[in-house]
Design a binder for this molecule. Structure first.
Ligand code: S3P
Length: 191
């Protein structure tokens, strides 16, 4: 379905970073939010794949997870540097950035995210997440074996980190992409 054209009043005052587990809706909510706010949308996974000319499964297979984590940190450092160079310039504009599910795990990355903007955790229950990633082959950490158990154990290891890294958490279990984007926009305008 096509969304109504954005209103200029919807512009964000600061960059919004969306964090959360795989399947949490970061990319779809991010796209909808950016469209509504009429600001650019960035996706760290997509930017890394573009830079590398490889898919995430290929990067994991060829170089391992740690190398991918280094790429995430490098990318964040570049974005912070760009922001610092552009700050105060008339062409500076806030952005919506959807970040890979494992990116907030590094402390340096959490600091870099806060240097970029406001961090929002899109939270969902394991049952909902499992449904949303059903059949997905693009996420190396969910391949092979018992997917339900993988999600539960990754969630157990990450939940507190996501909560801690976030300025705001939103439970999205019963919300559509559009509702979630609207909620974020309303919050971003009022703070
Ligand atoms: C990962 C999440 C993925 C991607 C990579 C690792 C993770 O991004 O960065 O497969 O560790 O949770 P999404 O959260 O966008 O699926």
């Amino acid at each position: 379905m096509t969304e109504k054209a954005p209103e200029p009043s919807g512009k964000l005052r600061e960059t919004i970073l969306l964090i959360g587990f795989m399947g949490g809706g970061k990319t779809s909510v991010g796209q909808s939010l950016a469209f509504r706010a009429n600001v650019p949308f960035l996706d760290t996974d997509e930017m890394i794949c573009e830079k590398e000319g490889r898919t995430i499964p290929t990067i994991f297979e060829q170089q391992g997870e740690n190398a991918f984590r280094d790429m995430e940190t490098r990318l964040l450092r570049e974005l912070v540097e760009e922001k610092e160079n552009e700050k105060g310039a008339p062409e500076w504009t806030p952005q919506v950035i959807s970040v890979g599910g494992g990116l907030p795990l590094r402390e340096e990355n959490r600091e870099l995210m806060h240097a970029l903007g406001r961090v929002i955790y899109l939270k969902a229950s394991p049952e909902v997440l499992e449904k949303r990633v059903e059949g997905d082959q693009s996420r190396p950490l969910l391949q092979g074996g018992d997917r339900h158990a993988k999600i539960l154990s990754l969630m157990a290891a990450r939940e507190a980190i996501y909560e801690d890294a976030a300025d705001i958490s939103i439970l999205t279990d019963h919300m559509t992409v559009r509702e979630t984007a609207r909620r974020i926009l309303a919050m971003a305008r009022s703070v």
